[in-house]
Ligand binder design. Structure first.
Ligand code: CP
Length: 336
C-alpha cells in the first residue's frame, strides 16, 4: 500500500507520472476511475481550495467524499499513546483510523502545527499516526509540508514553460511579510520540489532566523546535488531576483521564535519591504510569479503583480483539482 505523505518519498519518475496524468485529467475532467470508491477528508484546520478541489475531484471520478472536522462536527481525537483520556478527546487515533479504513478507500488529512513546540510539531504526529494505523492509503492535505500544492505548482510551471524538464530555470523562494507568523509547510515543500526538479534554487529570506528546518534544508541540498541543480541561501533581494525565471512567495514564522511570536514580531515588522512588487519583478528574466493562496494583497504582493500576466497563482490553484485526481487514481488503481 502506498501513501502520499511527502513527495520526497516518491521517485522523480513517479512524480512526473502523476504530473502527466494530471494533465490528462485537465483535458478530460470526468472519468470512472474511482467509481464506487470513497475518501474521508479530515480537516483539523480551515481550507477553501483543498476542500473544494478534493471533494470535486473525487466526485468527477465517481467517488464519494466525506468531510470531517474533528473537534467540530466529529469527536476530538487523542494522538498520545498510553494516556488516560480524561481531557477533551473522546476517541483514540487507533480506533478512528481503523474504523474509517473499514468505511472508505482513502483518508486525507490536514493538520497544521500547533505553533507551540516545533520539536514536537516537526514529528508530524497526526499525519504519521493516520499512516501508521490506517489500512488504506493516506494523503497529506497540508501538515508541515504541502505535497499536493507542490504538484500543482510544478504543473503550472511545466505548462508555463511548455516543458516537463525544468532544469536550468532560476527559481527564487522569497519570504514575504505577513502580520501573523505562518506555517512553514509550503516553504518546506517549495524547496523540496524545486530542487527535486533540478532547478537552480535560491531561498531568499531576511536573515538566518528565517531559515527553514534542517530536514528540508538538507533535502534541498541533497536533491540539488542529485538532480544537477543548485541550492543557495541569500538575504540580498536584488541579487536573488536578478535573472529569475520563477518567483514563489510565502510568509512563515522564524523557527527559533516558535511559540513565542510576540518576541519575533518586532523583527518581522522590519521586513515589510520583502513584498513582491513590480520593481522587483522587473529584475527577473521575464519571470513568472506564484503563491499557494490565500494571499493578502498589498502585504505579500502588490495588486500590480497579482493582476499581471506573470502571475500564475490561479492557474496553480486550479491545478490542485487535477493533481489530486492523479494522486487518488494512482493510489487506488496503480500503486508502485
Ligand atoms: N493553498 C491551499 O491549500 O489553500 P486552502 O488553505 O484554501 O486549502
Amino acid at each position: 500500500m502506498q501513501h502520499f505523505l511527502n513527495t520526497q518519498d516518491w521517485s522523480v519518475d513517479g512524480l512526473q507520472h502523476l504530473l502527466a496524468k494530471a494533465s490528462e485529467f485537465k483535458a478530460n475532467k470526468l472519468g470512472d476511475q474511482l467509481k464506487g470508491r470513497s475518501i474521508a477528508l479530515l480537516f483539523f484546520n480551515p481550507s477553501m481550495r483543498t476542500r473544494t478541489s478534493f471533494e470535486l475531484g473525487a466526485f468527477q471520478l465517481g467517488a464519494h467524499a466525506v468531510v470531517l472536522q474533528p473537534g467540530k462536527d466529529a469527536w476530538p481525537i487523542e494522538f498520545e499513546l498510553g494516556t488516560a483520556m480524561d481531557g477533551d478527546t473522546e476517541e483514540h487515533i487507533i480506533e478512528v483510523a481503523k474504523v474509517l479504513s473499514s468505511y472508505v478507500d482513502m483518508i486525507a488529512v490536514r493538520a497544521f502545527p500547533k505553533f507551540i513546540d516545533w520539536q514536537d510539531d516537526r514529528q508530524d504526529k497526526v499525519l504519521n499516526a493516520f499512516a501508521r494505523y490506517a489500512t488504506v492509503p493516506v494523503i497529506n492535505m497540508e501538515t508541515i509540508t504541502h505535497p499536493c500544492q507542490e504538484l500543482a505548482h510544478i504543473l503550472a510551471l511545466q505548462e508555463q514553460f511548455a516543458t516537463r524538464d525544468l532544469r536550468g530555470k532560476k527559481y527564487v523562494l522569497t519570504w514575504t511579510y505577513h502580520p501573523k507568523a505562518l506555517n512553514t509547510a509550503v516553504a518546506n515543500s517549495a524547496l523540496t520540489i524545486a530542487t527535486r526538479m533540478g532547478m537552480d534554487v535560491t531561498l531568499l529570506c531576511p536573515n538566518a532566523q528565517y531559515l527553514l528546518d534542517e530536514r528540508y534544508m538538507g533535502w534541498a541540498e541533497d536533491n540539488a546535488r542529485a538532480a544537477g541543480g543548485s541550492f543557495t541561501v541569500s538575504h540580498d533581494i536584488e541579487r536573488s531576483y536578478a535573472g529569475a525565471h520563477v518567483v514563489y512567495a510565502k510568509s512563515w514564522g522564524a523557527l527559533p521564535y516558535f511559540g513565542n511570536w510576540g518576541a519575533e514580531q518586532p523583527m518581522r515588522e522590519q521586513y515589510k519591504h520583502f513584498i513582491v512588487d513590480e520593481a522587483k519583478m522587473a529584475l527577473t528574466d521575464g519571470g513568472v510569479f506564484s503563491h499557494c493562496l490565500p494571499l493578502r494583497r498589498n502585504i505579500k504582493a502588490t495588486d500590480a503583480v497579482m493582476d499581471s500576466p506573470a502571475c500564475i497563482a490561479v492557474q496553480e490553484a486550479e491545478n490542485r483539482l487535477h493533481v489530486q485526481k492523479a494522486v487518488m487514481d494512482t493510489l487506488i488503481n496503480h500503486p508502485e
